[in-house]
Design a protein around this ligand. Structure first.
Ligand SMILES: Nc1ncnc2c1ncn2[C@@H]1O[C@H](COP(=O)(O)OP(=O)(O)OP(=O)(O)O)[C@@H](O)[C@H]1O
Length: 356
């Protein structure tokens, strides 16, 4: 764990944040699917990966390098572990930010065993020199270790055993093309459908020894923002409620009551998301309104509104970012049970009314 992991921000403290918190890290190991068959959803990725791995096994070769891209909590770490276990290979886990110098990477690479899987999370955040060292390691299984400094420095080539790099990134577009091109297989992971999350929830409930009926699982799945990590986290909170306030069993009523206590609504919006929408609708008639003005209205930092609340609101089609500012969609009015005011429908008279 690095320092970055230990820093808890207001955004991380949310129940619906897709990044892992300390409790997640402790519980997730127990909930991770161990084989491709157990891995729920992502049908195409699973099918393609299955072919890649089976072919490599048949040839008795090390699997090609794999790039996994997708939002946090969709199962990239889980898939990397599955790749290792399907290849019957050990796995080493590190991350881009942990590799500050090329030497850090050289130390890891030179200690890999033949066939080992190296999982490099947040690969887009690696330093430039390390990235360049990785090009050669991926392609030729070789690194040049620089000994000495200045004009007397010499590069000593070091042979590496064949290994499989599994890179994970939330931003595939940020990877330099030479790095992207060196992956034999790239998988883009999508958000999960509610029915898939229901399967994740049933599976986790069984492992956690929680009794849950299909309606209870559906209620949690609908509020999980398409993300297994959030589904598992909400399940744990619902379990607490069921244990303390009910008879331990989770049905639709118990799940809904529990998630109301935690302020996660039927679409998975939490207090911050709703505060942003409410300000946009009630104070600014649905917009357009500038981001800074909106942030002041909800008493949050501009960055918090932009990076924490907005992406999900935009994805859900509740808010649009326009050159003139933030605008609520008809779905936002409907979700909060409000009627758009007359003048909001004529729009043009309101242009530029609220600052940027
Ligand atoms: N397809 C899936 N089926 C069942 N459980 C899943 C699936 N994908 C993810 N999970 C569960 O969700 C949790 C988070 O998954 P994981 O740590 O692999 O996500 P990630 O994409 O690596 O996230 P990050 O980018 O934050 O590292 C794990 O506990 C795992 O059990």
């Amino acid at each position: 764990m690095n320092w970055e992991d230990e820093t808890t921000t207001a955004a991380d403290a949310r129940l619906v944040t897709p990044s892992a918190d300390t409790e997640d890290s402790a519980v997730e190991a127990a909930l991770r699917p161990r084989t491709l068959d157990e891995f729920v959803g992502q049908e195409r990725v699973r099918q393609q990966l299955d072919l890649v791995l089976r072919a490599a096994r048949q040839r008795g070769a090390t699997a090609d390098h794999v790039l996994l891209s997708g939002a946090p909590g969709l199962g990239k770490t889980t898939l990397s572990m599955i790749i290792a276990s399907e290849m019957n290979a050990p796995i080493r886990i590190t991350s881009g930010p942990a590799i500050q110098h090329a030497g850090d990477l050289a130390a890891i690479l030179s200690s890999l065993q033949e066939g080992e899987v190296l999982f490099l999370d947040e690969i887009h955040r690696m330093s430039r020199p390390a990235e360049e060292m990785l090009y050669m390691a991926m392609e030729d299984f070789r690194v040049d270790v620089i000994v000495g400094k200045g004009p007397g420095a010499t590069a000593i080539p070091l042979e590496l055993p064949p290994f499989t790099l599994v890179g994970a990134t939330t931003r595939a577009g940020l990877l330099p093309p030479p790095l992207r091109d060196r992956f034999g297989f790239t998988a883009h992971m999508e958000f999960y459908e509610p029915v898939e999350l229901e399967r994740v929830i049933h599976r986790s409930a069984q492992l956690l020894d929680v009794e849950i009926d299909p309606d209870g699982a559906a209620e949690i799945a609908g509020r999980s923002r398409g993300t297994p990590r959030i589904a598992n986290r909400l399940l744990r909170r619902v379990r607490d409620y069921a244990q303390v306030e009910a008879d331990g069993r989770v049905d639709r009523e118990v799940a809904a009551a529990a998630l109301q206590v935690y302020e996660v609504d039927t679409r998975g919006l939490d207090r911050l998301d709703r505060a942003v929408l409410q300000a946009l609708l009630k104070l600014f008639g649905g917009g357009p309104v500038g981001l800074s003005t909106l942030a002041v209205a909800v008493g949050e930092e501009r960055e918090t509104v932009e990076e924490v609340a907005e992406p999900f609101l935009v994805r859900e089609g509740l808010l649009a970012r326009t050159p003139r500012g933030r605008v609520a969609t008809p779905a936002a009015w409907a979700h909060l049970g409000l009627t758009p005011p007359q003048q909001a429908q004529g729009a043009s008279g309101q242009q530029g009314l609220f600052g940027t």
